[in-house]
Design a protein around this ligand. Structure first.
Ligand code: SPD
Length: 340
């Protein structure tokens, strides 16, 4: 075969392969789908998925902020939706392609951060509290994470709003405080705490809790729930009496995406009650999907770490986006905490 003919055939073959097998790039938190969720979607739709995971909003944002990351679908926490939209990073959603929207719990159908779900679809939710070893005396306050007797066996989340939020709550303030003086007091509490810390950890805290290397950890309910499921006799979760943050992680499509239809198909697939229920069973998360919840066994629906009572939840606060100047102050305080 002549070189020119060969090249033409190779290009034709490659083009055929690309057009016959559409692709989608999905970037999600770790442990947020069941082991077979993506493979089943690929089999059902013929869409090939490149699936990557991250451990924090900042990690995701750092990748996608430039607008040419190559990812299509991401899972930002609720308070990141407004800022990401304002930075032009998000694609408006086409509800006519989302046939399973009615599966959502009525609260999450009209959430305060994106009331008409124009930019994001709620996926999972939870609270941030304290995962701890049952051998400790009563843990019911953020002050447990400042207990010098636990030095070297305490971890905090590697997440600026969460750490500042816990410090603000310890001091009796809102996690969303916009008072520079309160934020500076919170920073001092974080710096003072640092000498007691083993590390700032997100998902990695789970295995260390199970192994007994961590005595008490600031943890997302989902991570704590997974750890507790592995060692229920040894681990427990506290909703601190001073109050705590609530989080909702959402599904969104990046403005840079050239695979908008496939991206909507993936989101709609995750909204399907059976798919969502299987994810919740496999990952021990709290879902925003009411239809999925109805399919789950009572023990899952009534897991008090994932689905606490209305009274307990009333002590929580959703994170809110911050005005730009205060966000810059918070970023600076966090950098100083990390480098102190
Ligand atoms: N492994 C999944 C953990 C998801 C936690 N999201 C929490 C966001 C808090 N702002």
């Amino acid at each position: 075969m002549k070189r020119r003919t060969f090249l033409t055939s190779a290009v034709a073959l490659t083009t055929a392969a690309c057009t016959s097998r559409p692709r989608l790039n999905v970037y999600n938190w770790s442990d947020y789908v069941a082991p077979d969720t993506v493979a089943k979607f690929e089999r059902e739709t013929g869409i090939r998925v490149r699936y990557g995971t991250y451990e924090s909003n900042n990690e995701m944002l750092a990748k996608v902020a430039g607008g040419n990351s190559g990812w299509d679908v991401v899972f930002p926490s609720a308070e990141y939706i407004g800022p990401m939209r304002d930075l032009g990073l998000l694609q408006p959603l086409r509800h006519e392609w989302l046939h399973n929207l009615d599966a959502l719990d009525s609260y999450f159908r009209f959430p305060p951060w994106d009331a008409d779900l124009r930019w994001s679809i709620p996926y999972m939710h939870g609270v941030t509290g304290i995962a701890y070893q049952r051998t400790l005396p009563t843990v019911d306050s953020w002050s447990a994470l400042w207990d010098a007797r636990l030095a070297g066996k305490i971890t905090m989340l590697d997440d600026p709003p969460e750490v500042l939020g816990a410090c603000l709550k310890l001091l009796g303030y809102s996690v969303n405080s916009r008072e520079p003086d309160q934020l500076r007091q919170a920073q001092r509490a974080a710096v003072e705490q640092k000498r007691l810390l083993r590390a700032y950890l997100n998902a990695e805290a789970r295995d260390q809790l199970v192994a007994g290397d961590i005595a008490a950890a600031q943890a997302w309910a989902v991570t704590a729930g997974q750890a507790i499921a592995s060692a229920p006799e040894r681990l427990a979760f506290a909703f601190p009496r001073e109050g705590f943050a609530r989080f909702a992680d959402t599904m969104a499509i990046l403005r840079e995406s050239r695979r908008i239809e496939a991206a909507h198909r993936f989101i709609d697939y995750l909204l399907r009650a059976e798919v969502s229920a299987a994810i919740v069973q496999a990952t021990q998360t709290a879902t925003a999907n009411a239809a999925a919840l109805r399919l789950l066994p009572e023990a899952t629906r009534e897991n008090p770490v994932l689905y606490p009572s209305r009274e307990t939840l009333a002590r929580g606060e959703w994170f809110e986006p911050q005005p730009a100047a205060l966000q810059r102050l918070r970023d600076r305080l966090w950098t100083e905490i990390k480098s102190s």
